[in-house]
Write a protein of this length. Structure first.
Length: 381
């Protein structure tokens, strides 16, 4: 049975716990789907943000064409929950070939990325042994300098053609992640990154097509650049993830407003050892040690709302240091917080918080709807 906001004081819900505003989640899902549909681009959300088949189903019901998972273990959870179209935009190594075969044999349409010719050849050999075909996209480095082939290399197109010709693999197209958008100093620079990403992928695709290689898909993925998708050409798919909850970082880079943030940490003051310091019970095992990114300095490990009813954060309350179980927090000397009081925190990075939590408390305004298990928690292998 749903309970009112008094649940925040209920001993059945000890702090810290992760509260999710369902209405905000649904609004975020609808907004991103509208953005993708308006641009004529398929939306394939990344589920690492919520790790929940329930929330992923909300995304599919709104129009998403499939899902992304970070690792094979996540994909296994979602496949077991009935999801049939799963993409892994991660360089899965062929030592995991038996697990990939198991997913294919259960009827999952699975696609992975490659950025190495030798690894691609090993996947080809594995699929030939299994008598299977595996969908692959080639990852392209568009500026983050993490994974992906360098599109400026003279042999970039040749490498992609090599992959496309390998037996046992079905080449779908090109994929990128403009994660360096998080480091941009302003929205114009983020749009420039999105534009450069699209131009880089389209240029490589054009070279491949001239040489006779079919490029069915051009897939991009990052929440900060997603808002510019309508101004880009040639993109077939977008893969944002953090938009579903949003967080302090998304607000900091202009990808969301504070009112869009659907995840909060409910935390209790457990100590007031000094006039200018309180200790909260949400340490690094709850909030993570991720700092926030943004166009302006964002000190602290989350935005703190001084009461559960507060609608704006208090900038004078700063979580300065995290231990495993403690959040050492600076306050003004005249601040009235005392042990037993509860605060609400918008975290810096929702994806990590989800992976630290056993369950999410789904809220409808001030009403608790359910305690939703984080089904893919810890599935990082």
């Amino acid at each position: 049975m749903a309970k009112s906001v008094e649940i925040y004081s209920d001993p059945l819900l000890p702090t810290p716990f992760v509260a999710i505003d369902r209405n905000r989640v649904l609004a975020n899902i609808a907004a991103m789907q509208g953005l993708a549909s308006g641009a004529g681009v398929g939306l394939r959300p990344h589920t690492k943000t919520h790790k929940s088949p329930v929330i992923a189903r909300w995304q599919l019901n709104a129009g998403a064409i499939g899902i992304c998972c970070a690792k094979l273990a996540e994909a296994e959870v979602f496949a077991a929950a009935g999801f049939t179209d799963i993409r892994l935009p991660y360089p899965v190594h062929p030592t995991n070939a038996d697990r990939v075969r198991a997913l294919l044999e259960r009827g999952t349409t699975l696609s992975i990325i490659v950025d190495d010719a030798v690894v691609a050849a090993e996947w080809s050999a594995a699929m030939q042994r299994f008598g299977r075909q595996l969908d692959v996209l080639v990852k392209v480095d568009v500026g983050l300098h993490r994974c992906g082939i360098d599109p400026e290399r003279p042999d970039a197109a040749a490498m992609v053609r090599h992959v496309a010709a390998l037996p046992g693999l079905r080449f779908l197209g090109l994929l990128s992640h403009a994660g360096h958008g998080y480091l941009a100093p302003g929205p114009r620079e983020i749009e420039a990154i999105a534009t450069s990403e699209a131009m880089t992928l389209n240029a490589l695709a054009a070279e491949l097509r001239v040489g006779g290689t079919e490029v069915r898909e051009i897939s991009v993925g990052a929440t900060p650049t997603a808002r510019f998708i309508g101004r880009q050409q040639g993109i077939t798919e977008m893969r944002p993830g953090a938009y579903v909850f949003c967080d302090r970082t998304q607000v900091g880079v202009g990808a969301a407003d504070l009112e869009d943030c659907a995840m909060s940490i409910i935390s209790t003051v457990v100590s007031r050892p000094a006039r200018d310091r309180v200790i909260l019970d949400a340490g690094s095992k709850t909030l993570s040690n991720d700092t926030a990114r943004g166009f302006t300095p964002t000190p602290g490990y989350g935005l703190v709302f001084p009461t559960l009813a507060a609608t704006v954060p208090d900038p004078s309350i700063v979580i300065e240091r995290l231990s495993e179980e403690h959040a050492t927090t600076r306050v003004a000397p005249d601040n009235t917080l005392k042990p037993g009081d509860r605060v609400r925190i918008v975290p810096n990075h929702t994806c990590v918080v989800t992976n630290l939590a056993n369950e999410l408390t789904i809220m409808d305004g001030d009403t608790v709807l359910e305690r939703m298990p984080v089904a893919a928690r810890g599935k990082n292998y």
